[in-house]
Design a protein around this ligand. Sequence first.
Ligand code: ZN
Length: 674
Amino acid sequence: MLITTLAGLNANAAVDPNFNYHVDRFADIEVLRYEVPEFDRLTPDQRKMLYYLSQAAQMGRDIIWDQNGRYNLQIRQLLEKIYTGYTGDRSSQDFKNFETYLKQVWFGNGIHHHYSTDKFKPEFSRDFFLAEVAKIPAVDLPLAPGQTPEEMTATLTEVIFNPAVMAKRVNQDGTQDVVATSAGNYYGEGVTQAEVEAYYNAIKDPADATPVSYGLNAKVVKDKDGNIKEETYCLNGLYGPAIARILYWLGKAKDVAENDRQKAHITALMDYYITGDLKKFDEYSILWAEDTASDVDFVNGFIESYGDPLGMTGAWESYVNFRNNVSSKRTQTISENAQWFEDNSPSDKRFKKEKVKGVSAKVINAAMLAGDAFPSTAIGINLPNSNWIRAQHGSKSVTIENITEAYDMASHGNGFNEEFVIDKPTSDLMDKYLYITDMLHTDLHECLGHGSGKLLPGVDPDALKENGSTLEEARADIFALYYLADPKLIELGILDNPNAYQAEYYKYMLNGLMTQLNRIELGNDIEEAHMRNRQLIAGWVLEHGKKKGKGGKDVVELVKKNGKTFVKINDYQAMRGLFGDLLAELQRIKSEGDYKAGNDLVQKYAVKVDKNLHKEVLSRFAKLDIPPYRGFINPVYTPVVDEKGEITDVTISWPENYVEQMLRLSRDYSPLTK
Ligand code: ZN
């Protein structure tokens, strides 16, 4: 049977060419919107399911705000009151600075930066703030129980303006008490790190092979007698009013579930929210991990623990999504042909697997992002987090394609190509093919690269020691690079142009030799494994390609134009040959456990930075206005209701800007502040 183009030029076949990705820009942030391809192919019941799950997602918004800091909800209400009721000059500097601060607070789900976790520095004056608060009638102020307006104003003014108060949300400096010095709200006031650790050590059983995720849904507090105890997040516990609303919408979603398995994991999740019992959460996680058939899928709960300085309690988040059929076919095709890729790799036969199994990861479209996953979000997820569940029941690894795509589309025209890419034809090729070849590079890396090859009998899997992860990432990356240029991808219908791979080759060399240095401070070496692996590959190819290209030219070289350094690739086919050579060598190093050869490669190519080039890259980036952080607002889902008041279908639209969406969420989805 003929395989039609699966992903070719348009992985994004459903995409509206006039879709406007750009929403807002302030401080170090750009806010984007994302499309939801294939929404139209869903059945009305699936769209209803998306709608109910989206409601459940948004109902948890207040939870993450409170987890991020005990004054966040109060501050949000107060700032929004000032913002919407302001009668002065909206173009005045104080008001504009106030607006920027409010936008930052919305983006951080609280008064700290989502990434650095440092407290935002307000650029508007205390006087402005105090004058505006004074204009609000006392009955409209978000007072805490028993609080006077004066007390509220005094407390919040300090929290907002004094840089020493609640300076960092997550303090990971191990020389300090990280619980007492973190401003997040995962622990009650006055609780110390030693007290939390003693509490959990007393209840953990080290012999338990299937332990629950201790502390995942609890705040550890000190009661009035000084006893340490947990307050559980559940229907009749902490965050109960928000959890009640989440449960209501999960119940609706359960009624339109696609199959019994999905119904079963929604039921288990609801039981867990009702009881707070972590054994129920494990039950749910297993049922969820094993449900690979459902089209519409979601995460809703206390999941990732980066916000807790002790890494135990889950930040509330939700992702609602469904399978991207077009791109999932791509990963499926690659996985089904895993043996062909293994058999045809340039590695020595002794290091190849006789029987190789591709990992099938699915590609999804996000339909709603919420909680800790909003507005800043990941482009891939791999859950559940419990180690024993992953080992015994597997995990789901997903790539969120429409988010990746929005990043890519929004980057066009940001000046990066003009500044760093050597010429127009290369830049045009990247505009056209980088998105698909980037995705494909990730697919090949994840589905095949890591799983290819084998160790010789008796070789210790940890033989490469501290270089293990750098060399492993390099091996998977170069496997992907080598095959990106293979005619097999055209034959399989995955690419439609035999030169498409050149877009990824150019970007990879540019990034590995130059532009990734933007993420490093001047004077530092490269430490992070993925960055090391990229420089290793790019640096090795630069050196080994000297005079090896057609006509005796260098395969790739660094050239100067108007005093600026550029990557110039003279022979793409020869470059593929070099990738093949390095793949064979990296596979040999892994298969034989050759620590010395691996360490030599890492030390020679991966760690050291050319300081002059580094300085140049930093200054060229500084001139471009490329926002360091980006995030999203969500589309709006509107139910179609028949004359009996029943929901029959759901439509999607993007009518809002950032401010409008944030104010609507605060108005319609704030069960903890009403
Ligand atoms: Zn990897």
